[in-house]
Design a binder for this molecule. Structure first.
Ligand SMILES: *Cc1c(COP(=O)(O)O)cnc(C)c1O
Length: 357
């Protein structure tokens, strides 16, 4: 038999993780609510496996090019991953990583479990230098909320030369815009809560690796720590994943249009956008108060944390005490949704105009 042609990402998003095409089989995997299974099979107990998780894992694994494990949340995946680092070993992490990841890392360091070096992930030379004595190099790209972009390929090569593992948090880019395993990463991490599930209604995390041994280690850690996904959440995330390409394409197109228009607005001092994806950050010219006013004056844009849903949301990040002091007080992170871009702009500009008069 000749090889099947390799399917393109949009087709994979729609078709991967489906039941076989056999009479009377459902097209979609059912929600299997089970804490235990009849003994002597492959599943045995609900903390080890679930057919609904597997369907989601097959789909995301196919998109990332590895084997996927779903976790209860992105933070569960972060915690399991960082816990693998040996006693006293060094972890390199971008200084503007997701707050939760930085907090877990700082906690482990404060308890003497490991050492850390925080880096400016856009300063490739500095990151490469930091890799030299590292056990784990953590990359987030683009970063949350600074939207810095890392040179994953160069950093991964340097990390491997030093014998370090490389994890890439791919939450912002999604596998449609960036495939870290192809760029040399050992593990891809997702908060599937965001773009993958995409409807602001479920929490889920994932780790993907092409290394079978590492996959087994992570599977054991998930079973032992009980950081297992909810069945309904896995099903909702898989439902969301079916339209990932449509949502990302539309959100990105909307973001690009808004970025052009925002750059010309006098109330906006700075627009940060990596050139792809649906997340934009703006810095208000009139400072913190203007940012707080903006998020209260819109009708469509919802003031909310989190991101990657079909609905547009935004947030002044420094309202969180835990946010890095190197993030400007007046920075508003915008998660662009899939609404009509002119409605999104009208709503924004109405609020922005009140800040300049
Ligand atoms: C939200 C987020 C996480 C944490 O995921 P949860 O699903 O909220 O636990 C990790 N990394 C990034 C980049 C995120 O945006």
């Amino acid at each position: 038999m000749p090889d099947e042609p390799r399917l393109r990402p949009s087709t994979v998003a729609v078709t991967a993780g489906r039941p076989p095409h056999e009479p009377d089989r459902p097209l979609n995997v059912p929600i299997t609510m089970a804490s235990t299974y009849v003994a002597t099979g492959d599943l045995e107990y609900g903390r080890y496996a679930n057919p609904t998780w597997t369907a989601f894992e097959d789909a995301l694994g196919a998109l990332e090019g590895g084997r996927c494990l779903a976790f209860s949340t992105g933070m569960a995946a972060v915690t399991v991953m960082l816990d693998l680092v040996g006693h006293g070993a060094k972890v390199v992490m971008p200084r503007h990583s997701y707050q939760g990841s930085l907090t877990v890392l700082a906690d482990l360091e404060s308890r003497g479990r490991l050492t850390t070096e925080l880096v400016d992930v856009e300063d490739t030379e500095a990151v490469v230098a930091a890799c030299a004595d590292a056990a784990l190099v953590w990359i987030e790209s683009p970063t949350n909320p600074a939207l810095e972009v890392a040179d994953i390929e160069t950093i991964a090569a340097a990390a491997h030369e030093a014998g370090a593992y490389v994890v890439v948090d791919n939450t912002f880019a999604t596998p449609l815009l960036q495939q870290p395993l192809d760029l040399g990463a050992d593990v891809v991490l997702h908060s599937a809560t965001k773009w993958l599930a995409g409807h602001s209604d479920a929490l889920l995390g994932a780790l993907v690796t092409a290394d079978d041994e590492l996959h087994q280690v992570l599977l054991n850690r998930r079973s032992l720590t009980g950081s297992t996904p909810g069945t309904l959440e896995a099903w909702l995330a898989l439902r969301g994943l079916r339209t990932l390409h449509l949502r990302v394409e539309r959100a990105q197109a909307n973001a690009q249009t808004l970025v052009e228009r925002l750059r010309d607005h006098p109330a906006v001092a700075e627009v940060r956008y990596p050139g792809f994806g649906g997340i934009v950050a703006i810095v208000l010219a009139e400072g913190e108060l203007a940012a707080d006013l903006l998020v209260r004056k819109t009708r469509l844009w919802v003031h909310a944390t989190s991101l990657g849903g079909v609905e547009s949301t935004f947030e002044r990040r420094r309202r969180w005490k835990s946010e890095s002091p190197t993030i400007p007080e007046a920075l508003v992170r915008m998660s662009v949704g899939v609404e009509d871009v002119d409605d999104l702009w009208d709503d924004l500009v109405r609020a922005l105009d009140t800040l300049t008069t």
